[in-house]
Design a protein around this ligand. Structure first.
Ligand SMILES: [Zn+2]
Length: 83
C-alpha cells in the first residue's frame, strides 16, 4: 500500500534565500539589492501591500474575497504593463 507523502512547500522565503516569490504580487523576487520584489518601489505595489495587509487582518470572509479580487486585478494590470 502506498501512502502519498505530503510535501510541504514553503512560499514565504526568509531574506537569506536567493529567490523568493513576492507574497504581495507573486513576482519572482530578486535579492541582489536586498529587495524582495522587483516592483517593491512602485506606487501600485504599495497599494497592493495595503490590500494584502487588509486581507490578512479582516475578520470578514466576504470582505477578504473582495479585497483578494481587487488585489488580483491591481497586480494583473500592473504586471501586464511591465512586460
Ligand atoms: Zn511584489
Amino acid at each position: 500500500m502506498m501512502i502519498a507523502q505530503a510535501q510541504p512547500f514553503v512560499m514565504l522565503a526568509p531574506a537569506r534565500h536567493d529567490r523568493a516569490e513576492c507574497p504581495v504580487c507573486g513576482s519572482a523576487g530578486l535579492s541582489h539589492g536586498g529587495a524582495l520584489c522587483p516592483h517593491e518601489a512602485e506606487p501600485w505595489h504599495e497599494e497592493a501591500e495595503a490590500l494584502a495587509f487588509e486581507i490578512r487582518h479582516t475578520a470578514s470572509p466576504r470582505l477578504s474575497t473582495m479585497l483578494s479580487l481587487d488585489l488580483e486585478e491591481l497586480v494583473a494590470r500592473n504586471l501586464d504593463r511591465a512586460h
